[in-house]
Each structure stands twice: as C-alpha cells, then as structure tokens.
Ligand binder design. Structure first.
Ligand SMILES: *[C@@H]1O[C@H](CO)[C@@H](O)[C@H](O)[C@H]1NC(C)=O
Ligand SMILES: *[C@@H]1O[C@H](CO)[C@@H](O)[C@H](O)[C@H]1NC(C)=O
Ligand SMILES: *[C@@H]1O[C@H](CO)[C@@H](O)[C@H](O)[C@H]1NC(C)=O
Ligand SMILES: *[C@@H]1O[C@H](CO)[C@@H](O)[C@H](O)[C@H]1NC(C)=O
Ligand SMILES: *[C@@H]1O[C@H](CO)[C@@H](O)[C@H](O)[C@H]1NC(C)=O
Ligand SMILES: *[C@@H]1O[C@H](CO)[C@@H](O)[C@H](O)[C@H]1NC(C)=O
Ligand SMILES: *[C@@H]1O[C@H](CO)[C@@H](O)[C@H](O)[C@H]1NC(C)=O
Length: 333
C-alpha cells in the first residue's frame, strides 16, 4: 500500500466508523437523564435479575419494565411486578419527571415507607404500590399529584389514619387502601370529593366509628368497607336517587333496620353479611337486577320476598339470621 492509498484507506475507515457511530447515536432514543436515573434505581434495588436488560450500553427505550413515550422519548411507564427485590423504593424514582404510570406490585420484600420523592411526579396518573411490605402512613403528599386517576396502596402494612386531604384529588376514579392496618374513622371529607367520585376500597383494615353522613350526598358507584369495625346506620348510602352499583359492607358492626330502606335500580351487588342488621327484606329487592346478594349472619326476620332474582341465590346468602324464612330457606310457619 503506497502512501496516498493509505491516506484514502484511513479516510474511508474514518468515514465508515463515524457513520456507524452517528447512526448508532441517532437510533438511541433514550434520554440521557432518564438513563442515568434508571441506572441509579437499578443499583438501589441491588441489581435484581428482572432488570438484567438494563445495560448502560443499550437504549433504555428498549429495556424491560420501562416504556418511553414515542414522541418525547421520555420514560412514561415504570412497571415492576413479581420480582425478588429486598430494598426500599429508591428516592431516585422521583427524578423521572415524565412518569405517568408507576407500579411496584407483588414485591413482598420491598419494605420501608412510601418515599416523599414520589410527590415530584406531577404527571403521574396511575400509582400502584400493592402486595409489597411497605409500612408507615398513607402520605398526604399525594394531593400534589393532581392528575392521579388511580391510587392503589392495597396489601401493605400501612398504619395510621386515612388522610382527609385525599378528597382533594379531583380526577380520582378509584382509591384502593384495602388490606392494610389503617385505623381511625372514614374521613368526613370523603363526602366532599370535589371532582370525580371515586370507587372506594377500604376493606380489611381496622377502621372504627360510624360512616360520615355526608357520604350520602355523593353518587358513589363502588363502596367496599368490609372487614373493619365500623358501627351505626348506613342506610343513608342507599335511596332511590343513588347510582351505586356494588356495595360490600360485610363483617362490620353496622346496626339498622333494613325494612324501609329503598335500594336504587343501579344496584347489582349487595353484601351485608356479618353485621347486626334488623327488620325484614324490603319487597322492592325483587325489582333489582342483582347479580350477588348476601345478607347472612344478621338479625333479619320475616319472609324472603318471592320473585325477581331473590330465589336464584343460595341458602348461604340468607342463612344465620334471627328468623328469616321462605325459599330458599325453609318455609315460614
Ligand atoms: C424475601 O427475603 C427472604 C429473606 O431474605 C427470602 O428468603 C425470600 O425468598 C424473599 N422472597 C421473595 C419473594 O423475594
Ligand atoms: C430471593 O433472593 C434471596 C437473596 O438474594 C434468596 O435467598 C432467595 O432464595 C430468593 N427468593 C426467591 C423466591 O427467588
Ligand atoms: C412481608 O409480608 C409478609 C406477609 O404479610 C410477611 O409474612 C413477611 O414476613 C414480610 N416480610 C418482610 C421482609 O417484612
Ligand atoms: C395534567 O394533565 C394535563 C392533561 O393531560 C396536563 O396538561 C397537565 O400538565 C397535567 N398536570 C400536571 C400537574 O402535570
Ligand atoms: C345522583 O344521581 C342521580 C341519578 O342520576 C341524580 O338525580 C342526582 O342528582 C345525583 N346526585 C348528585 C349529588 O350528583
Ligand atoms: C333526590 O336528589 C335530589 C337532588 O339531589 C334531591 O333534591 C331529592 O330530595 C332527592 N330525593 C330523595 C328521595 O332522596
Ligand atoms: C355469604 O356470606 C357467608 C359469610 O361470609 C358465607 O359463608 C357464604 O358462603 C356467603 N354466600 C354466598 C352466596 O356468597
């Protein structure tokens, strides 16, 4: 190879290499800040197997567990599910400013509190921290996440009371606080959701007291208060005016007369089992298109109205009452 040939060969090599390099960086969609933060998160989670695809040499938009927005190329989804992770939620998660969906689910060795850094994620719409061993209280900083439509903190070890401020979340479709160790009352403010009226899942906690009367002013669709120690009359949550569809008030200490309660046409599922409900089953129950009914283990009396869906339910929907009778239970005397 003579000198001039060597020069042109080298030039060719340079061109080829720079082309390759340019095309490589042109296809790398990942935002460098997002990549840096994700690698910090990976380290804080002790480099779990589930994040093995998070190789700094590759495009983070191709990594498992996360997703980039196709237009902005920023990380918008972080969904970590069923992994063997023994760590706390890394504060670095708050440095993914475009995040809309954040899920940590079925990570039983994920412990510690819900980090305040999450409050920085102002674009967050869906937050699910569920089936983990998170402890501490339900933070009030969630109210800063104005766009939140879905908040799920179920199946954790959260303690303390329910923050009344959660009613300030105007776009909330559903609030899952079930299966924790929450104490205190259902906040009065839950009768004053200023925007949407969310489905409320508060079951399997240690909630006490009576349900605030002003919850009767809102049109809820789903109310699940089961397995707490709530007391008193909740008949104000019914009424012909309402739009409620699914009700689970089972395994509490509710005490009221069912005889004159008016149920709305919208009701499809009614579970009142294990309370101290008295009176008889209203005739109007026959008019409902019920898919589920359970009034067992109460203090009800009298004949089960005949017709509608009421005889399609099993004995176990009615058994263990004071003197309820008629099909499917034994005939009345
Ligand atoms: C949780 O941690 C314990 C103790 O380190 C370990 O034995 C167990 O396998 C872990 N479980 C999961 C699902 O990660
Ligand atoms: C989880 O990880 C721990 C420690 O790294 C290990 O001892 C355990 O066997 C793992 N558990 C499962 C279910 O993989
Ligand atoms: C996580 O929670 C499960 C079930 O509540 C419990 O058995 C386990 O000991 C907890 N693990 C840790 C590491 O706290
Ligand atoms: C909430 O969402 C709207 C529209 O999706 C967006 O314009 C707004 O910036 C978001 N708010 C915050 C605080 O991110
Ligand atoms: C609840 O819904 C009913 C039926 O759609 C409606 O008549 C009533 O005004 C609503 N109440 C409230 C407080 O929105
Ligand atoms: C039904 O709702 C309207 C408007 O919210 C209210 O004025 C009316 O008193 C309610 N009727 C009953 C029977 O609750
Ligand atoms: C009704 O609730 C009781 C008590 O929890 C239960 O034993 C029974 O199986 C339930 N019936 C139906 C139809 O779900």
């Amino acid at each position: 190879m003579n000198n001039s040939n060597f020069v042109s060969f080298s030039f060719f090599c340079f061109l080829f290499l720079s082309q390759t390099f340019l095309s490589f960086s042109a296809t790398e969609r990942c935002n460098p800040n997002d990549k840096k933060v994700l690698l910090q998160i990976k380290k804080a989670l002790n480099n779990p197997y589930q994040l093995a695809s998070w190789d700094p040499k590759t495009d983070c938009c191709n990594w498992y567990v996360v997703e980039c927005d196709p237009n902005t190329n920023r990380i918008v989804t972080f969904n970590l599910f069923s992994a063997n992770i023994s760590a706390q939620i890394p504060a670095a998660i708050g440095d993914l400013p475009y995040l809309q969906t954040l899920v940590f689910r079925k990570l039983t060795n994920l412990t510690g509190p819900i980090p305040p850094a999450i409050a920085k994620l102002s674009n967050l719409k869906l937050l699910r921290l569920s089936y983990t061993n998170l402890s501490g209280t339900v933070p009030t900083f969630f109210t800063q996440l104005k766009n939140l439509t879905f908040l799920d903190l179920s199946f954790n070890d959260l303690t303390g009371s329910i923050p009344p401020e959660l009613s300030l979340l105007q776009n909330l479709d559903a609030l899952h606080l079930d299966r924790n160790k929450l104490t205190g009352n259902i906040p009065e403010s839950f009768g004053k959701f200023t925007g949407k009226v969310p489905d409320l899942y508060l079951s399997h906690n240690k909630l006490t007291g009576s349900v605030p009367k002003n919850l009767g002013h809102l049109n809820f669709t789903v109310l699940d208060f089961s397995r707490n120690t709530l007391v008193g009359d909740i008949s104000f949550l019914f009424g012909t005016n309402k739009t409620i569809q699914i009700v689970d008030f089972s395994r509490n200490m509710f005490e009221f007369d069912l005889s004159n309660v008016k149920f709305p046409d919208s009701l499809t599922s009614l579970d009142l089992n294990h309370n101290k409900i008295t009176g008889s089953l209203p005739q109007d129950l026959r008019k409902l298109n019920l898919q589920y009914l359970n009034v067992s283990y109460n203090k009800l009396c009298g004949q089960i109205p005949t017709g509608g869906k009421l005889q399609t339910f099993d004995i176990s929907s009615y058994f263990h009452n004071k003197c309820l009778c008629g099909a499917p239970l034994p005939a009345c005397n």
